[in-house]
Design a protein around this ligand. Structure first.
Ligand code: ADP
Length: 363
């Protein structure tokens, strides 16, 4: 199926009453602060919600309209799209929206105007594209090891698709790599195909910082909105087990995200943080026009050489934005009041309307 013609979406947007815009998204992931922020900026809000999942939106009272669906993926159904368009909706994408709507559908059949860049979402999902964007930006990423026989030092081995790090493993030599692959094959955890597609990279020993940026196309500037760190099962539980017992229980670490905590970085690291944001947004403009537009996140590890090493990105609002629903130390510095990512997004829409530049930030 072919990609949606941009003109088609601009025609939908043209038909909207700009005085009466609704901010809509799927009720999941990071939608609470999107709704709350949109209401704070004077917009009506609409949640597309799977039956049985509406409680948080009701209890926190953040949604004006409820579009109840049997399953989240119904957001791409024609009737749901029409309902959204009838409300003059602009959709705020987030991780669950992308997962349930589906990348292909967002690119080919989802006609509701979105804030962001719908073309950049694929660059987060496909490892080769993500790597291309990061490499061309010149930011520090884990070094790639081309073949198992080249392993020197500690490496992390990853398999295709986001699996919450399930089955990822660490090895220190070619022999150890072979042993672990054989063990995984024996357990039917991986197949021949997976081995061919295995990605081997430098293991970065360091602390985790997920940096939430906002790129304002209207201002042509990157803002640092907040930083979180991940709370992952089982790895964070495993480190609470004394080392001698870790071996006994024989648990294989996984990295399934269960929560986030807010963090700040050493102030001396912030020049690197802005440098990464500036470089990646500049490169994205050329590779995937219009580039980043709104929220995105760089997942990093900081080693003891104080290098900020980016191992993954989110090309839309990342779940870690939930750590600063009432603002972060950084977002406070810009606006002198608590500011969530959702509210910053709503501000951009408001400014786009006021400056008559909404088309520049909608795809
Ligand atoms: P997924 O996309 O499947 O969730 P990630 O690429 O985010 O997997 O990796 C899962 C976890 O593995 C990360 O949260 C991080 O803690 C760890 N990790 C990933 N890459 C590296 C690396 N190069 N060095 C050390 N740890 C890493």
């Amino acid at each position: 199926m072919s990609k949606i013609d941009r003109q088609k979406i601009m025609d939908v947007l043209d038909g909207y009453d700009k005085e009466d815009i609704t901010i809509a998204t799927l009720g999941s992931h990071s939608s609470l602060h999107m709704f709350h922020g949109a209401k704070a900026e004077g917009f009506r809000t609409a949640v597309v919600c799977e039956k049985g999942r509406e409680i948080p939106y009701k209890r926190f009272n953040v949604a004006d309209e409820y579009i109840m669906v049997d399953k989240f993926s119904d957001i791409v159904n024609e009737e749901v799209q029409q309902e959204l368009i009838d409300m003059n909706s602009i959709v705020f994408p987030h991780g669950s929206f992308v997962a349930y709507a589906g990348l292909d559908n967002i690119e080919t059949i989802f006609n509701v105007p979105m804030f962001g860049n719908r073309d950049i979402l694929r660059w987060e999902a496909e490892r080769d594209l993500e790597r291309k964007l990061m490499t061309e930006s010149g930011i520090r990423i884990p070094k790639k090891i081309n073949k198992p026989s080249d392993i020197k030092g500690t490496v992390m081995v990853k398999f295709p698709g986001a699996r919450g790090g399930r089955g990822y493993f660490v090895a220190n030599s070619t022999e150890e790599y072979d042993e672990k692959i054989d063990a995984m094959m024996a357990r039917n955890w991986i197949e021949e195909e997976d081995i061919k597609a295995a990605h081997i990279e430098e293991y970065v020993l360091g602390c985790n910082y997920c940096i939430h940026y906002f790129f304002s196309s209207l201002k042509d500037e990157v803002e640092l909105m907040g930083i979180d760190s991940r709370y992952e099962s089982t790895i964070d539980g495993l480190v609470r087990v004394p080392a001698k017992d870790q071996l006994d229980i024989g648990a294989d670490p996984s990295y399934v995200i269960t929560g986030n905590h807010p963090v700040v970085m050493r102030e001396s690291l912030l020049p690197q943080v802005f440098d990464i944001g500036d470089k990646i947004t500049e490169t994205a403009k050329g590779l995937i026009p219009p580039g980043f537009n709104g929220p995105f996140c760089m997942q990093t590890l900081v080693n003891d050489d104080l290098e900020v090493v980016v191992f993954e990105m989110s090309a839309r609002s990342d779940g870690g934005t939930n750590t600063f629903m009432n603002g972060s130390s950084y977002s406070y510095l810009y606006y002198g009041e608590p500011l969530s990512m959702g509210r910053r997004m709503a501000m951009e829409i408001k400014n786009g309307i006021a400056e008559d530049r909404l088309e520049e930030i909608i795809t």
